[in-house]
Design a protein around this ligand. Structure first.
Ligand SMILES: N[C@@H](Cc1c[nH]cn1)C(=O)NCC(=O)O
Length: 526
């Protein structure tokens, strides 16, 4: 065989790993913004200002004012430090609190004060699901896949990372502006505009996601494909983990939830620039591919045709992977949007720390996803890994649903198990798609998988927000919210897990019949 003189850039280890890091960074910034609002659910759904104390407890300012007034009245206090309602850093307040059945006078010092937005849980759910609305209802993800296969990764990536940035700016504008009591479609105008921004961002994020998957297959096919995909997912998870861990501290520091979104928008601007840098590498890689083809006398690769869609849509293995993706991710990403408040009300974790427990989930996956990716590269067993991950997901949601073990350390253990499941399934699922669908249809194939997945990402938060408002919220006689019972929403999440187990089982059977190679290793022996 004639030796190829013109080497591809992707043949250089350094070059292909550099390309991976650059595109993964853009994606990481996208993941940061995707989940930046999750730890702020309690703040968003509280009316008026929220006061955070130096002992890491917090309460709505109105409640504090009422408690302090009552205390001052019953003790005939006049000390301004303790009674004047100046809500600012360093102010000290005394009031009566019931501690273990006994009434005690407590003294608290304010650490920070942030503005709540007074959204209902339904509004918060609607807003969280907005990520998928344009993708699903305007079929934009579907068209995004076709644009990707027709126009290539450079055009599509620049367009989509630009859309992420634009969407983030709209979301930030909506959150920092005051719309008063203006309403639209029965919801606060602020919620609608923030949701519009989040939808545009979501369209950009998903198209960037399929573009980055195609970039990785382009540079790593026949090499360390699952490891590369695992590392990309790991970097993305750093974005999610950072969002869950730092969002509330940033919002507290800046006095408003919009501060965290602004930080995300700035990161996305840097992510956009980094994708432009990747485009330079991609151009060189394409030039080397064309030169190598010309040298070997091969015709240029045939472009994508619309008729190729039929081949994808008629493939049973493809549909099983797609449905598994829908069910598994419906049990994870939407859950993350509500997990912080679950920690506050079911496990009684102070709000200041509550975001840290869900943040354990992506943190664990940062290490584990590449580990399981390497495992899949070397020993295979992709379908089995997906079954195990789905069983773990279901077990976790059942444990969260049960009214037992309401201790913070138990929530931590369960969250770590969820982290393992959240590493197992993605590290096997995404590299399995190229085993079923050829490269030239891959952009469209990933787009269809993401499209169906987005139906879950759009509808499930909306459904859960409604269920929380309707079935989980507990009120006192005066109509004020006293707590939440998370049984119903967690049972819904567990049902998604059950469906994932069944689908993963059928996929394994289908693989045995059709020999997709899901149980085989990815690295080709030379
Ligand atoms: N299509 C994305 C969805 C998503 C959610 N948040 C950010 N992106 C996806 O599934 N990516 C793969 C993954 O495992 O994160």
């Amino acid at each position: 065989m004639k030796e190829q003189i013109q080497k591809r850039l992707s043949d250089s280890k350094a070059a292909r790993w550099t390309a991976l890091i650059i595109v993964s960074f853009t994606m990481m910034c996208g993941y940061f913004l995707t989940d930046v609002m999750a730890p702020l659910e309690n703040l968003l759904t509280t009316k008026g200002k929220v006061v955070y104390f130096t002992d890491n407890t917090s309460m709505p300012a109105d409640t504090l004012v009422a408690k302090v007034a009552l205390f001052a009245e019953s003790n005939a206090l006049s000390s301004p430090d303790l009674t004047v309602q100046k809500l600012e850093e360093g102010a000290r307040y005394q009031y009566i609190e019931t501690v273990e059945g006994k009434q005690e006078t407590v003294e608290k010092t304010i650490s920070t004060v942030s503005s709540g937005k007074g959204w209902s849980s339904t509004e918060y759910g609607f807003f969280s699901g907005a990520y998928g609305y344009i993708n699903v209802f305007l079929l934009m993800l579907f068209f995004g896949g076709i644009i990707l296969d027709k126009m290539g990764v450079r055009f599509t990536g620049v367009m989509s990372s630009g859309l992420m940035f634009a969407g983030a700016l709209i979301k930030w504008y909506a959150l920092q502006a005051d719309f008063g009591d203006a309403m639209l479609w029965g919801m606060n105008l602020q919620v609608i505009i923030a949701a519009l921004g989040f939808s545009i961002f979501g369209m950009g994020a998903e198209i960037t996601g399929i573009t980055v998957s195609k970039v990785i297959v382009k540079w790593f096919a026949g090499k360390e494909l699952a490891l590369a995909m695992g590392l990309q997912v790991a970097m993305a998870r750093i974005g999610t983990a950072l969002a869950l861990a730092v969002s509330l501290p940033v919002a507290r520091m800046m006095g408003d939830v919009s501060g965290s979104v602004l930080v995300g928008a700035i990161a996305l601007c840097v992510g956009f620039i980094s994708y432009l840098v990747y485009c330079v590498m991609d151009r060189k890689e394409d030039a080397a591919i064309s030169a190598a083809r010309a040298e070997a006398g091969e015709a240029p690769e045939e472009g994508f045709k619309l008729s190729d869609l039929k081949l994808i849509l008629c493939n049973k293995g493809f549909w099983l992977i797609t449905l598994l993706c829908l069910m598994f991710y419906a049990g994870v990403f939407p859950f993350l949007k509500f997990a912080t408040k679950l920690m506050i009300y079911k496990y009684e974790v102070p709000e200041s720390f509550a975001g840290l427990i869900p943040a354990l989930l992506p943190f664990g996956t940062i290490l584990l996803t590449p580990v399981f990716g390497t495992l899949y590269d070397r020993i295979g067993r992709g379908a089995t890994l997906m079954i195990i991950g789905s069983v773990m997901l279901t077990t976790v949601h059942v444990l969260f649903a049960l009214p037992i073990m309401n201790y913070w350390w138990f929530a931590v253990i369960v969250m770590i198990v969820l982290g393992i499941a959240f590493s197992l399934v993605p590290s096997a699922l995404w590299p399995s798609v190229p085993k079923i669908i050829p490269m030239k249809q891959l952009g469209s194939a990933y787009a269809i998988v993401f499209y169906i997945q987005n139906i879950g990402l759009a509808m499930v938060p909306t459904l859960i927000g409604f269920v929380i408002d309707r079935f989980s919220t507990q009120y006192n006689a005066a109509g004020a919210i006293t707590g939440y019972d998370y049984t119903a929403p967690m049972v819904i999440f567990a049902i998604f897990g059950l469906c994932a187990i069944v689908i993963a089982g059928i996929l394994k059977q289908e693989d045995r019949r059709k020999h997709y190679g899901l149980e085989e290793s990815n690295i080709k022996k030379k």
